[in-house]
Ligand binder design. Sequence first.
Ligand code: SAJ
Length: 406
Amino acid sequence: MINVIGLGYIGLPTALMMAAHGVNVVGTDYNAELISTLKAGKTTFKEEGLDELFRRALLSGIRFTTEYQVTDTYIVSVPTPYDKFLKKVDPCYVIAAVEDVLRVCPKGATLVIESTVSPGTIDKYVRPVIERKGFVIGDDLHLVHAPERIIPGNMVYELLHNNRTIGADDRAVGERVKSIYASFCQGEIVVTDIKTAEMTKVVENTFRAVNIAFANELAKICRHDNMDVYEIIRICNMHPRVNILQPGPGVGGHCISVDPWFLVGDYPSLAKVIDESMKTNDGMPDFVLNRIYEIMKERQMTDITRVGLYGLTYKEDVDDVRESPTLQLLESQERHLATGLKVYDPFVEKDIVKNQYHCLEEFLDAIDFVVIMVKHSEIREKMHLLEGKVILDCHNICELPEVYHI
Ligand code: SAJ
């Protein structure tokens, strides 16, 4: 039996996927409310294919509880927040979960950590916790790091098809864990050591962050000299060895906007390109705010309350608002002692910011100037509703005439 600890954005789909493929799974989370929602047969966030996977996992007998189980394999998928000021990972939830596993696990159990951690975290924080409790790693307990790689918005497909990395001290243990993941994963599963596995995960997200920063920097250069960044990127990408990403209003989510900072925090004098890239991405919401003021001036608009931000989530067609560029833009506006921007997002049902609307038509009636912060399918399908508005399109998705870009 596998006990998956932490049933959030990664732990839940992983537990469901294993169960749907015949693995005996118990999901544990300390959040009793979340467990009762799952026990009531409801998923806790929106994701393509998740409800169907949930149905299959229930049929296969998955169980949910707040209790840690006595079993031979644990998968820890708890959050790893980062300290914004120190730019370092905070392993407190991982450590707490490991301590709780140690309270119940039998001798010889395997502990797999899926949570993203910075390189060296397992050596520095996890091993000492295990050793302090009197466990001999490799004998009483086997340690493995299997970082998750799935992308919100396409999690179910990527769980099935992505290649995976398993880091283990002992090759045989790595191979055994590989066979568990192979119960559902159709991609290649590489077995390596723990520190390499930690580093690969952070490097993958850093690669994407640096490349998005490059696109954002190009957007700024092109804005400065009135060139069309999208046309330039489109043409450059026709070169066989060029593949530039897209500029946007900022980088959100709990991964790409966070993980690269671990490298800057740990190697401040070495991670120069990464540091600059992260600053470029973090500066994008402010850049958009300045564009809003610039366009208002050009259109002789003075009332900021007639301006609306479309989209609050960190990217399209997900309900996750962590590190969202829209939230960053609103914070920045408040720091300048200004407020009044209206906001709407079809995926955010609760009120989380001021002046938030829950109906697209009402939102549009209340504004003259719309800023497309997130390219949800909804706005792509209903673009005609924006006719007659001043439009700042941060994703180049709007084909109406006279649209402004970042
Ligand atoms: N973005 C751009 N321009 C682009 C692509 C993305 O501005 O060309 C922005 C998005 O709008 C969003 C942010 O970047 O705000 C991040 O979105 P994303 O879709 O690139 O990635 P995430 O954060 O949803 O998921 C990433 C993935 N990592 C990589 O692609 C290397 C995923 O595979 C990881 O599992 C996930 O991080 C994670 O959990 O670490």
